[in-house]
Design a protein around this ligand. Sequence first.
Ligand SMILES: [Zn+2]
Length: 125
Amino acid sequence: MASEQADSTLVPATGTNDAGSGAMGGMVHCTTCGQKMAGTAPACPKCGAPNTGAAARTSEKTMVAAALLCFFFGSFGFHRFYVGKIGTGILMLVTLGALGIWTLIDLIMIIVGSFKDRDGLPLKR
Ligand SMILES: [Zn+2]
């Protein structure tokens, strides 16, 4: 039961932090209609055209640095602080990376290239 309670507190905190800080990303203009939208938006909110700029952008943070931080200090959330995910980084710190499981999942995601920074951009290879 204890682990279920931990999970339920974990989810809303993650969503709030990442969604809120995501607005800090750069704004781009739709190539089809010129509508201003978030650089991380997958598609234009006005005309629905795919945001071609979003796919090409990568984070300033590197995959190698994130992987090393995750490997050595992952249970303290260092790799999440590194990519700007402060909220979930603190959460990871106090739960010791959900006793290592969350850290292991993050490490795998970093290595396979699925780990994103706070703006939702993939890490630089
Ligand atoms: Zn558009």
